[in-house]
Design a protein around this ligand. Structure first.
Ligand SMILES: [Zn+2]
Ligand SMILES: [Zn+2]
Length: 354
């Protein structure tokens, strides 16, 4: 990407093996998922932390081909690269708050990302994957790219919410992130409700275990809330302490999610919107409720997510679609227009000299 709103261009770059930084690895990209954050950078002028031009892409899986000093053990391994790579050494990291590490690397934001044949990243935090186990599930390394953000970010939000078996979990917005969130919450034994404007998406949520689904149109917020309460009562589920997850990234979804907070409730803000929304903030006080944002996912939680996929509790492949990386501008445009119903993964399809 070289400027906001302009099509991305392919640019050749030479990476000398000797120039790979200590503690870093060079990964041959197997696949890189396209996220709404990328759309924000390209179309909405959300600034990248690294100056433009910059290669976007932060949902990356691949194979380590070369390593800098101290990272040689990684060569030959299949990996998922965390979307947020904390430094591991600063005060925030030592307190377990890697998400706010000031030295974190977010590929495709702090440094060149994964819409490329290769990407150089810190070895710290890489998630190794045992390909043989995943192949037995019909998965290839490229399919795992979405773990890097679309799957692990809702996982971190669920951990932050303290979600446990028997809880009511409500997802507002069932795009890629919301759908994976639904599956994770179901895997943890929660009673899951899923809301979207699109019936294809609510049906998909139902197919992966959501017990209550509803499409919503403007003006239906109040009715929805009372139906949802009715469902909880009817099935003797908790009517307080709901865990609400905003995964739409739309102002209307954000308002709706806030309005669903009840006594002792928790709102996890996962989606991103540039727009402002007006909410009765004092409800947090009146309901003794919490609202918390989630920035990425700590690398130490990645293996647990890979494990859920390997043992069949979390299904990713039916909800992603592959496109050649050379079609990046077409895929971005289609996603931006809301025409893609599945998470796109771009597969490098150009010649590279090794
Ligand atoms: Zn993302
Ligand atoms: Zn740090």
């Amino acid at each position: 990407m070289s400027s906001v709103g302009e099509p991305m261009r392919r640019q050749a770059r030479t990476i000398e093996e000797a120039a790979i930084r200590p503690g870093h690895v060079l990964v041959r990209v197997a696949g890189c998922g396209v996220c709404h954050t990328d759309l924000g950078f390209l179309y909405d002028g959300v600034p990248t932390r690294h100056a433009l031009p910059l290669t976007l892409g932060h949902e990356i899986s691949g194979v380590v081909t070369h390593a800098g000093a101290g990272a040689e053990d990684w060569v030959g391994k299949g990996v998922v690269i965390p979307a947020v790579i904390p430094c591991g050494e600063c005060e925030a990291c030592k307190k377990g708050r890697g998400a706010i590490c000031p030295k974190q690397i977010f590929p495709g934001n702090d440094d060149h990302g994964g819409f490329a044949s290769h990407v150089e990243v810190p070895a710290r935090g890489l998630c190794p994957v045992e390909l043989a186990r995943l192949e037995a599930r019909g998965l290839e390394l490229a399919d795992l790219a979405v773990i890097a953000d679309a799957v692990t970010t809702p996982y971190q939000a669920i951990l932050n919410a303290g979600l446990s078996a028997g809880d009511v979990a409500v997802f507002v917005g069932i795009g890629g992130v919301g759908l994976f969130g639904v599956q994770l919450a179901v895997a943890l034994g929660a009673n899951v409700a899923a809301i979207d404007t699109d019936v294809v998406k609510t049906e998909r949520a139902k197919s992966v275990g959501a017990k209550w689904t509803r499409t919503i149109a403007p003006g239906e917020e109040k009715a929805l809330k009372s139906e949802l309460r009715g469902w909880a009562k009817e099935h003797r589920l908790p009517t307080t302490g709901w865990k609400i997850f905003e995964t739409s990234g739309h102002p209307a979804g954000q308002s709706l999610a806030f309005s669903l907070l009840n006594h002792g409730g928790h709102l996890g803000v996962v989606g991103y919107s540039k727009e402002k929304v007006t909410v009765p903030l004092s409800n947090l006080m009146a309901f003794d409720a919490t609202a918390r944002g989630t920035w990425g996912c700590l690398p130490e939680h990645y293996p647990a997510v890979v494990e859920l996929i390997a043992n069949g509790k979390l299904s990713i492949k039916p909800f992603t679609e592959r496109h050649p990386m050379s079609q990046i501008n077409t895929v971005f445009d289609a996603l931006h227009r809301g025409e893609l119903k599945k998470r796109p993964i771009l597969i490098p399809d150009f010649e590279v000299s090794a």
